[in-house]
Unconditional design. Structure first.
Lengths: 556, 307
């Protein structure tokens, strides 16, 4: 690679730490969230190993309770929430818009360091005091075991600012920096979904901050807000918590919808079915998502009338989500379906996310939820949504944009093997948990009755298969950095600007001249000669492909 | 509509059976739609697989009718399911006026019960068969949740207000009670049993509770239901120290002091455990001040019998 790109134009450490380049910030986020995912994943394997048998297997009850709590806190606040927006949003969004960078590059770098500071504060909690009770931190238990809760909520609060600033940055960028001709109806659906996500980030995240301030006031000044001993109400904490954390579920899943839309369109060479519906329903879901928090609290002591209203709105939000799944399937109709690794993840997503969705409908049924609430059924449901939805989509997106980010192709054969391992491992891990739950096994249990042993063992075995698959991915991706074939500009034959109008890896300034957009993001039928893009086409793992400069651009 | 056994435990109240019918309705409708979606997906992947790099897909004219079907049909289905679930939820929330009422207290990490007849017990909840039973519940410390899978009932138990559940057991038998709101170290040990007995047996059981047992037997009963989660009697270490080896020995505490384990020491350890924490153990034990004087005396007597 002789030509100048964003990776090789300055290799000093300082040029990375102080970079204002959205692409480099995206890569730094990728490293940070991957480390969080690795740590959270190792904790998950420890938790599953402890559950291989009833009673003590490898750790004490207190160690187990803190392990599952830390697993959840790391995975949710340090990994899933920032993963897609901060990594792929940062890297891809400005290029897909035809912009040179995000609207506020300095703010963007600040967001990254605020995220790191938040993570550091949260980790201090482990040193100063114990934190257990799960990521929901229900009072009064969570505040009864020490001050750890204050540090961890302070960490979440600070990471929240990173989330707010990133969201703000993206909203402005999408409104003001689209290339000429890139109208709202031509935007890639990934942009639409990041737009909806950003709205939720900006509006919902302050609530967790307020909750934290109230917790501080209670502990430091003795003002009774949540602690019944001081005249407070623990159910109020649950309302505050879910007022943030339910919208946060959409911060986690909406970006995944965006990636899946892009993948289905690209690898089917077809206009994404119901484009306008998919785009606008993301925004609608973002707003409706603020009105369903009470469905986490059907048996917590809130009024029956509230429960009934929350149940009804929950269904309203479920329908557009279900229609999206049908749209993605329809996109393949009369298309040209190319089963490369990223597409395997998109197809996997349709399977796992649908199970997550249908079991969500079951949990929304008031009378049925009474039985299933706080059992393993819920654990299985949200792993099918969060991991089967967000993480599978993130893996698809990572494989899709990996050549663009690094300039290297990964090994396609290993990619497919790993995808199959992840699919099998994931389902063997989490499907038995549905059965455990319907049979009555409660969540957050260190010990369990002997009748649940077989399904727990099966689930643990699945988690090891899943672990092998994920480590295999880590292995071949790292290997590709050093030994991978050079990637062509457009290995997948996609039509969005990051593939058609810039080099691989992209130029430090993204484009030599501002692209002019004349068609929609998925208008494959309009310009058949554009299949394969303006760059070199092909599957990218045959012979060594030359990195070509897009046609019509200066080669100086 | 479905087989209980693999997915769901036995349904032991009439209402649990109705909840199951709804469960199976949602289950089978969901499974059918899911299967159709996945079948369509696999068919499209096969039928429209890429055959060459030059494939030119046909543009598809989107059908507005089809789009409307995707929206209208699921909306009707979920409204049916919502209304059905709503109706059963109201029934689950409304105890019949002639219910037999029992006071339930959750604490770290045991369940305690108080009957109108003046009987106080813990662990096992004795109830008569065929009679609606309403539990008025509260917590003495953190949140707990009262869950009996076979009855399909669950309700959080709060420290600052009363909540209630009700059930009418159809059959004599024993059913596990779980705590389903995380409550600390021994959360997973906070189990109990609903023991459903005939009306006559229930009356006899109440009678016997009032008569009282010999102290050591009463103590053993209290031990089994309240202490066994954290204390072994075979010399092994659980969350707290074992109870069979210390009576009469010298105990060293975390604050450096020590004392001989006599009756007063045992009593103090039950009622005010934080004042003398044995070295090497966490200060995890809450005060068991809800025990009656007889129960405390019984425990002291029981511990003295252990070897």
């Amino acid at each position: 690679m002789s030509q100048v790109n964003y990776l090789n134009h300055d290799k000093s450490l300082k040029s990375w730490l102080f970079t204002l380049d959205h692409k480099r910030i995206g890569i730094m986020y990728l490293v940070a969230v991957s480390l969080s995912f690795l740590a959270g994943g190792i904790l998950a394997l420890l938790v599953r190993t402890e559950l291989l048998g009833p009673g003590e297997t490898i750790m004490s009850a207190d160690a187990y309770n803190q392990s599952f709590t830390l697993h959840a806190v790391l995975m949710i606040f340090a990994f899933i929430i920032p993963a897609i927006p901060a990594v792929m949003g940062n890297f891809v969004l400005p290029i897909q818009l035809g912009a040179k960078d995000v609207a506020f590059p300095r703010l963007n770098l600040a967001s990254f360091y605020i995220y790191l500071a938040g993570a550091a504060i949260a980790l201090t909690a482990l040193v100063v005091g114990r934190v257990d009770g799960g990521w929901t931190f229900y009072t009064p238990y969570s505040t009864s075991v020490g001050d750890g809760i204050l540090f961890i909520t302070a960490g979440v609060f600070v990471m929240g600012f990173s989330s707010i600033l990133t969201g703000l940055n993206f909203i402005v960028t999408i409104h003001k920096m689209r290339a000429p001709g890139l109208t709202w109806n031509r935007l890639p659906l990934f942009i639409w979904s990041i737009y909806a996500t950003s709205i939720v980030q900006v509006l919902a995240t302050p609530v967790i901050g307020i909750t934290m301030v109230l917790l501080f006031l209670e502990r430091l000044l003795g003002i009774g807000i949540f602690d019944p001993a001081l005249g407070g109400d623990p159910v109020l904490f649950q309302h505050f918590f879910w007022f943030y954390s339910h919208p946060a579920v959409y911060i986690m899943i909406l970006p995944a919808f965006g990636i899946i839309s892009d993948l289905m369109g690209t690898f089917s060479r077809q206009q994404v079915s119901g484009y306008k519906f998919v785009a606008l329903s993301s925004v609608a879901i973002a707003f409706l998502g603020f009105l369903v928090w009470g469905h986490h609290m059907f048996v917590s002591g809130q009024s029956a009338v509230s429960s009934i209203i929350f149940s009804l709105i929950t269904y309203l939000i479920g329908i557009p989500t279900g229609v999206k799944v049908i749209n993605w399937v329809q996109t393949m109709y009369k298309g040209s379906v190319w089963l490369q690794t990223p597409m395997l993840y998109a197809l996997m997503f349709l399977f796992t996310f649908s199970i997550g969705g249908f079991t969500g409908v079951m949990l929304g049924v008031l009378a049925v939820d009474v039985h299933l609430h706080d059992t393993y059924f819920v654990v299985a449901h949200f792993h099918y949504v969060m991991m089967g939805g967000n993480v599978i989509a993130a893996l698809g997106g990572l494989h899709y944009w990996w050549p663009k980010m690094t300039g290297k192709m990964f090994n396609e054969t290993l990619g497919r093997i790993a995808a199959v391992l992840v699919f099998i491992g994931f389902n063997v891990t989490f499907f038995p948990q549905f059965i455990l739950g319907t049979r009555g096994m409660p969540r957050r249990y260190y010990d369990y009755l002997p009748e649940f042993t077989d399904l727990h063992v099966l689930s643990s075995l699945g988690s090891y298969i899943l672990g092998v698959g994920l480590f295999l991915i880590l292995g071949y991706l790292l290997h590709s950095l050093f030994r991978g074939k050079n990637a062509p500009a457009n290995p997948w034959g996609a039509l969005t600007l990051e593939w058609t109008h810039t080099t691989t890896p992209p130029d430090p300034h993204n484009f030599h001249e501002t692209p002019i957009v004349t068609r929609g993001a998925y208008d494959y039928h309009l310009a058949p000669e554009l299949f394969g893009g303006d760059g070199a086409s092909g599957d990218g793992h045959g012979e060594e492909a030359e990195v070509s400069v897009p046609s019509g651009q200066a080669t100086s | 509509m479905g087989e209980n056994g693999f997915w769901l435990p036995e349904a032991s109240t009439a209402l649990a059976g109705e909840v199951d019918t709804l469960f199976w309705f949602v289950f089978w409708v969901s499974t059918a739609i899911f299967a159709a979606v996945i079948a369509a997906k696999l068919y499209f992947v096969f039928k429209y697989r890429r055959r060459s790099e030059q494939d030119v897909p046909t543009p598809v004219h989107e059908s507005k009718v089809l789009e409307a079907v995707w929206i209208v049909v699921p909306t009707i289905l979920v409204l049916i399911v919502f209304t059905w679930g709503f109706d059963l939820f109201v029934q689950l929330s409304s105890a019949p006026p002639d219910s037999y009422e029992i006071t339930v207290r959750g604490k770290q990490w045991a369940w305690e019960y108080e009957y109108a007849e003046g009987v106080q017990t813990a662990g096992d909840l004795y109830v008569p068969v065929g009679q609606p039973v309403k539990l008025n519940m509260s917590s003495v410390d953190v949140l707990h949740s009262f869950f009996v899978p076979e009855f399909r009932i669950k309700q959080d138990v709060l420290p600052n207000r009363y909540t209630s559940v009700w059930f009418k057991a159809e059959n004599v038998g024993e059913y596990t009670i779980y705590c389903t709101e995380y409550c600390g170290t021994a959360h997973s040990g906070m189990l109990g049993k609903v023991v459903v007995v005939s009306e006559e047996d229930f009356a006899a059981w109440l009678q016997k509770q009032n008569e009282g047992l010999p102290p050591a037997e009463l103590g053993q009963q209290v031990y089994n239901t309240q202490c066994a989660v954290c204390h072994a009697i075979d010399g092994s270490r659980k969350i707290g120290p074992p109870l069979n080896v210390f009576y009469g020995t010298e105990r060293v505490f975390t604050d450096g002091t020590s004392a001989t384990a006599d009756d007063s020491y045992v009593r103090n350890s039950i009622l005010n455990p934080a004042s003398q924490v044995v070295e090497g153990y966490p200060p995890a034990m809450p005060p068991f001040s809800a025990l009656s004087a007889q129960q405390v005396d019984g425990l002291v007597a029981y511990i003295k019998t252990l070897e």
